[in-house]
Design a protein around this ligand. Sequence first.
Ligand SMILES: Cc1ncc(COP(=O)(O)O)c(C=O)c1O
Length: 409
Amino acid sequence: MEYLQELFADRIGGSSFGKQAELYKFEKIKKTRRQMEREHPEIPMIDLGVGEPDAMADAGVIDVLYEQAKEWKNRGYADNGILLFQQAAAAYLEKVFGVGGLCPETQILHSMGSKSALAMIPQAFINPGDITLMAVPGYPILGTKTKWLGGRVYPLPLLQENHFLPDLNSIPQAVLQKAKLLYLNYPNNPTGAAATKEFYKAVIEFAKRNQIIVIQDAAYGALAFGERPLSFLSVEGAMEVGIEVHSLSKSYNMTGWRLGFIAGNEKIVKAVAAVKDNNDSGQFIAIQHAGAYALGHPEITEATCEKYRRRHELLSAALRRIGFLATPPKASFYEYMEIPKGTRDGRVFHTADEFSDYLLRNALISTVPWDDVGHYIRISVTFVADGEQEEARIVEEIERRLSRCELVF
Ligand SMILES: Cc1ncc(COP(=O)(O)O)c(C=O)c1O
């Protein structure tokens, strides 16, 4: 029916919805990828772009799901979650991050993945005209939802010279007056940067001074190498101004299971719970049981961390030999690198988008370009490889393919 086209909401493009010819970044990558796979079926694509683990969930976690799925009592709506999961989350925060004293019932709320929590949070706080402060580049969900509610997003550029931490002193007073939310994400996607205790202290002081709520997205929180993972909530005063959003997706290889939780300030948790009640009916109780088991076994994450640490060492050494300024990050499965100037045969790369496209077409290596602040590509050590030998073989193959490109830095 013709009139349908006139009925779409402005937030998804209004009457232009579905007509835009422009392809979004990830769709464009997928399209070129499919084309290259068709044209070169003999060369396996190496996927360094994907933001999810290559491995399955732990066998113990799957066993708990299987057992709990058979229970009659677990068949129904979970609403705002089961106490067992909330208790497991509180114990996990204490054991892994040293965040003690959280009340499971009032300070923890489960969510169907952290994405859905981030999508709901603005509904609890944003009125038309309110501002969300957001680091750029970054995971966009909270900002998109802020705009859908008539709010505005004020970007905070993440610069290499500031160790990819936002400069909170650069925000104009007029913006601060309307700002309600500050969204942070450490360990960071896409830069791989980790926050410091000093930075979080400054954030808390900033939030109190300007009456702002802090939403710290810890989707990669437990994936830290060498040092104990740092939680925003472990810093004095954090609980007064904010919450942290956690996820089992990356730390427990459970992306498809859709399980996460928010933790922290009781009033904020209560407000998000009120919104959540009107959005979904909770995650399947058997999955919450399996999640509780996972949170009780942080050694599962530790083994995954060891794998990523090893892969980061291998891959960044190979990339440095090619000429990239690659360093293994302190946390997360990402490495973020400035693009080369061009190739020895005279090609010039103006944008990361161009370079990433070049790698797909010429080396069958998939990466994610970021042109928001400077020109960088993000690579992830989640490439599919079964065991150390296979990992080493793939990294050698990446190096071989990249050296053939004769990049100029
Ligand atoms: C920074 C960040 N936050 C949140 C998410 C969402 O993760 P999930 O919904 O699987 O918990 C992602 C996923 O890529 C992410 O990169």
